[in-house]
Write a protein that binds this ligand. Structure first.
Ligand code: ZN
Length: 259
């Protein structure tokens, strides 16, 4: 049962005490591939470092909508581009998108940097990792305007409705499904997983966040993905073996990694 964690943040402070030990223990727990997701210019550089240090790690470069002050640096796009071009284990631009949950970050500015980073992905022929929270309509509008259909990628920690899922499916996007699916009150995401074909689902932790039940609110890591796999299998009424196999293959398709 091979696990591909398509979205983790192992550079997070939460791993400072035991990062090395934890990461090197993952393979023994069936975790054979991880994509470490950047949120800032600095973590984009760290993602590159990790891909060199750990043979089963891939990485992304990009700036999260909550960290866009980084994009004020005049050479921000050049830095991202150079990191992506020079490192072939950088497999996507992300995580990028819109986050309207807190009011403190200018929406127009978020939109501008989302679109610009999508254009970079297009230029480099890389997929995108989309973060979208409380911004369903604007996210879709910008993605349509930027022809995200031609770029491809994943909507990470998908949190919108089944109806909106159809729009992302029509764009050929994958859905990043994680610990939230195991929460008792997570009705909407259960409907989405029931609706979306397994061929468009990838599994993710968002580690250190979003630990599945029964570890909710504890630090998350990739070895907890079997709980998510079980939840997907239960909803779709297929075997866990099938979920492991398909999500493993889907992750390679998403990030365009040869098997
Ligand atoms: Zn994330």
């Amino acid at each position: 049962m091979r696990i591909f964690d398509t979205h983790a943040h192992y550079d997070d402070r939460a791993f400072d005490e035991d990062r090395e030990e934890l990461i090197t223990s993952l393979k023994d727990k069936g975790v054979e591939a991880v994509t470490n997701i950047a949120v800032t210019l600095n973590s984009s550089k760290v993602a590159v470092e990790y891909t060199k240090k750990y043979d089963f790690f891939y990485g992304t470069v990009g700036v999260h909508p909550s960290d866009i002050e980084d994009m004020d640096q005049s050479d921000a796009m050049d830095i991202l581009k150079k990191l992506a071009v020079e490192n072939e284990k950088i497999v996507a631009i992300g995580e990028i998108g819109l986050d309207y949950h807190y009011d403190n970050i200018d929406k127009a500015k978020q939109q501008k940097h989302f679109a610009a980073q999508m254009e970079l992905a297009k230029e480099l022929s890389l997929p995108i990792v989309v973060h979208s929270r409380d911004a369903a309509k604007d996210t879709l509008d910008i993605m349509n305007a930027t022809r995200a259909k031609d770029i491809g990628g994943v909507v990470h920690c998908y949190s919108y409705s089944k109806e909106q899922a159809r729009d992302y499916l029509n764009m050929g996007f994958f859905f990043g499904i994680g610990g939230v699916l195991t929460f008792k009150n997570a009705k909407a995401i259960k409907e989405v997983v029931d609706y979306v074909p397994l061929s468009n689902i990838v599994i993710e932790t968002d580690a250190p966040y979003l630990s599945p039940d029964p570890f909710r609110s504890k630090r998350n890591d990739s070895s907890r993905l079997p709980y998510v796999v079980q939840a997907i299998a239960d909803i779709k009424k297929v075997s866990v073996k099938q979920v492991y196999e398909e999500t493993w293959n889907n992750a390679h398709r998403l990030y365009r990694i040869k098997q």
